[in-house]
Design a binder for this molecule. Structure first.
Ligand SMILES: C[S@@+](CC[C@H](N)C(=O)[O-])C[C@H]1O[C@@H](n2cnc3c(N)ncnc32)[C@H](O)[C@@H]1O
Length: 223
């Protein structure tokens, strides 16, 4: 039997304020309907769409500077990319996803939600290096931090940020990624929690700031 989409929790009305509300409700229905039918989201996730998926992704907006060009690496069914585009009309969002079935769903969502600030790009992060540059890269449940650094840093301008949604293992992953952090020329790598009073527990992010322009980052220096 298919699970039913529960009514949104009260806090959702604050998080998805104003214009964002209708789009958030419509996206919840797209995930619970075609998203589940096409295997992009497990049926058992339906009761958790609001808290675990939409709200948890929306609070990441607290860590995103104004007006940035953001790439959501491995966007899947649009998490967190579509949610961030809904709550932050000031940013532009590139949903990067290699699998056709998923990019088709993403295109349909962008059209249905009339999102003007989103593009869908089919491909792998490592293939985009040298072709595009962004201010922020987001990622949720895509790869361990050290691999994510390899993929994301070449896509970021100097001073740009990787924002990885990492949850409970965030501190451990940060420690494990130490060699890759040094190799990628990161200037800052820290844990940030967002969503206090909105999601329980607050969401833990790893924020890494790039210290190199992308071209230099990809060239090996001889000493
Ligand atoms: C577990 S899913 C997570 C999807 C979404 N971010 C979420 O939290 O629901 C991982 C996604 O990363 C994508 N992916 C895997 N390798 C990738 C790569 N090298 N570049 C970009 N995306 C990749 C997969 O196709 C998949 O959609």
């Amino acid at each position: 039997m298919s699970e039913e989409l529960p009514p949104p929790p009260d806090i959702a009305r604050d998080v998805f304020a104003g214009e964002a509300w209708d789009r958030a409700e419509a996206f919840a229905e797209l995930l619970a309907g075609p998203g589940v039918v096409r295997g992009l989201l497990g049926p058992r996730e339906v009761p958790r769409i609001w808290d675990r998926h939409l709200l948890n992704c929306a609070v990441v907006a607290e860590a995103i500077p104004e007006g940035v060009r953001l790439v959501d690496i491995g966007s899947g069914a649009g998490l967190p990319g579509i949610v961030l585009a809904i709550v932050r009309q000031d940013i532009t969002v590139t949903l990067l996803e290699p699998l056709l079935r998923r990019t088709v769903f993403l295109e349909e969502c962008v059209e249905a939600l009339k999102l003007q600030n989103v593009e869908v790009l089919r491909g792998r992060a490592e293939e985009l290096a040298g072709k595009r540059v962004f201010d922020v890269a987001s990622a949720r449940a895509v790869a361990p931090l050290d691999r994510l650094l390899k993929w994301a840093m070449p896509l970021l301008r100097e001073g740009g940020e990787l924002i990885a949604m990492k949850g409970e293992r965030a501190a451990e992953e940060l420690a494990e990624a130490e060699p890759q952090l040094r190799a990628s020329g990161a200037t800052t790598a820290e844990l940030v929690t967002v969503g206090h009073g909105k999601v329980e527990p607050p969401a833990t992010l790893v924020r890494v700031i790039s210290g190199r322009a992308p071209e230099q980052g990809r060239r090996r220096r001889r000493r």
